[in-house]
Design a protein around this ligand. Structure first.
Ligand code: FMN
Length: 170
């Protein structure tokens, strides 16, 4: 699928346009379509389009400054580990959801960028406080979503090298 090969981190957005809410719900749905260990469904999502909240999130880390260039953010939230059957696999569950969202956004012609939050405690607690995440749930990642300023932003960077692949033994 071209969306997988051509996905790129987009950091400049046309903020005169907004992604409609139905599309944002679809992105949450594709996130939730990703696998979870023992089907433990350990994730939740927050759709954020309030400028003052995005501004606060943009100051959480150096890497989150890109949020100043966008008007919509998805937060991928981890449910309280205590309620899970396989809590040690929750990070993988959450990562799978993020990747699904990035690929679907690309497929829809939308830009996206993964902003790493978990496991850095200062970032997690700052995001949790800003977003009101509580009850043992935690902010795993933020994803910028929007219309890219540069429409040629999707391209195959060809990061693949033949020597990355081993056959039968490392
Ligand atoms: C776990 C993780 C955390 C990341 N955190 C940030 C971030 O805080 N800010 C940012 O601008 N990009 C972030 N990125 C995006 C990477 O910088 C980007 O994927 C990488 O440079 C490769 O570029 P590409 O996505 O265009 O292929 C993150 C990516 C991952 C997987």
């Amino acid at each position: 699928m071209d969306a997988i090969i051509n996905r790129r981190s987009v950091r400049e957005y046309d903020t005169s346009k907004k992604v409609d809410y139905e599309t944002l719900l679809r992105l949450c749905k594709v996130g939730e379509s990703a696998p979870t260990a023992r089907n433990q469904q350990s994730r939740e999502y927050i759709i954020i389009d309030e400028a003052s909240i995005i501004e606060r999130l943009s100051n959480v880390s150096q890497g989150s400054r890109v949020l100043k260039n966008c008007n919509t953010v998805l937060a991928v939230i981890g449910k309280n580990k205590e309620a899970l059957s396989t809590p040690h696999m929750q990070v993988q569950d959450l990562s799978c959801a993020v990747e699904n969202i990035l690929i679907e956004a690309t497929h829809l012609g939308l830009g996206s960028c993964y902003i790493g939050i978990y496991p850095l405690e200062d970032r997690v607690s700052a995001c949790d406080e800003i977003l009101g995440v509580d009850g043992g749930a935690f902010t795993f990642a933020l994803i910028t979503i929007g219309y890219p300023k540069d429409k040629t932003v999707f391209y195959d960077k060809n990061k693949f090298k033949d020597d990355l692949v081993h056959h039968n033994r490392y």
